[in-house]
Design a protein around this ligand. Sequence first.
Ligand code: HSE
Length: 437
Amino acid sequence: MTEPLRVGVAGLGTVGAALIAQIAEQRGALAARCGRAIEVVAVSARSRNKNRGIDLKKMKWFSDPVELAGFEGIDVFVELMGGSGDPAKSAVEYALASGKSVVTANKALLAKHGFKLAQLAEKADVSLNYEAAVAAAIPVVKTLREGLAGNAINRIYGILNGTCNYILTRMEQEGLSYADCLADAQRLGYAEADPTFDVEGHDTAQKLALLASLAFGTKVDEGAIYVEGISSIAPADLAAADELGYRIKLLGVAVRTPKGIEQRVHPTMVRKDSSIAQVMGVTNAVTIDAEGINPITLVGPGAGGAATASAVLSDIADIARGARTAPFGRPAGKLTVVKKAPMQRHEGGYYIRLEARDKPGTAATIAKRLAQQDISLESIVQRHPKGEVAPKSKSGSVPVILITYATSEDAVRKALAAVGSDRVISGRPQVIRIEKN
Ligand code: HSE
């Protein structure tokens, strides 16, 4: 029988504790599948005495995770501390430099330093696995890296943040405000006390950066991503989307275009009958458009102790089996620099909601400004308060909802700036991109 794979775990929060419990529960099955046992022999965490409901007695304790990373009694260093800086960064670098394979759930670290860490792993001839860093239990890293190794990828997009999808689902289904749904998400423990990172799209962007690199063979580059969050979405947008046959989802999208690779995170209108539109609540989903085959959609739990531990353990199992793939699906030297497609040149349909002055000539002014930018309208709806059929024109404002045919971001921005200067609208226009799916 081959020697057990010796694992050191740094970080014993909900994920670390769930991982240790799952390794104990699945001991026999893991040994059968991998041909060798997997044993956690050493751990590190901030507090030694906290009750985590797991037995740590047989494990060597390290108060310094970097020291654990270099401990000669382990084969694999599992980093579950999080954060793009130290101690996670130093510990992972030290483990790789000491010839140990690394498994991490740390999207922030990889989005920022992924390329350098991949080079280090390659130099040391060890694995750097991170399935848990994107959409937790959904095996999307392996799908791109292994399952679709022979396919050209044209587009990958997904619901990669459960907090945002929970908020948008409740707003849509119950007509609640963004603020009320966010407060509930915080109460239920989905959103952080400071929810900015989730709701402003940064969490999605870090995950998208990793997916884009895997899909297109580019050096991971979080800075190349256009990011917009969900905090401006109003119940009126969800109601209008519903009537028009759409749902609004915060999507991370990476797509190959003639202008380069477009990487963007923003609220998106998706057709109600699409696979991605069916995904509700905290659930995550990723759709991959690969050349020559119908789209593949993977759906599942994207956060939480057990879901994240499941992905971490599958990465450890690969190492136990001796299965190794380059961290970003190809040798680091073959990763290209991403040619960023500027957002102004994004092309697609647009949903636009304006608070328009309820006076003769307003619609004509808006139409003229759109026409000047060569924007063609698929529909235009002016809404009056419920029950008012063809009311007398008043001096107030009225919501006008426009759906455009495919146009460019630049044209939309210029047309709306001109409409603003015409003083026929109040407040900021709401603009939501429509994704074909
Ligand atoms: N905070 C994330 C979410 C999970 O709400 O999906 C961790 O990335």
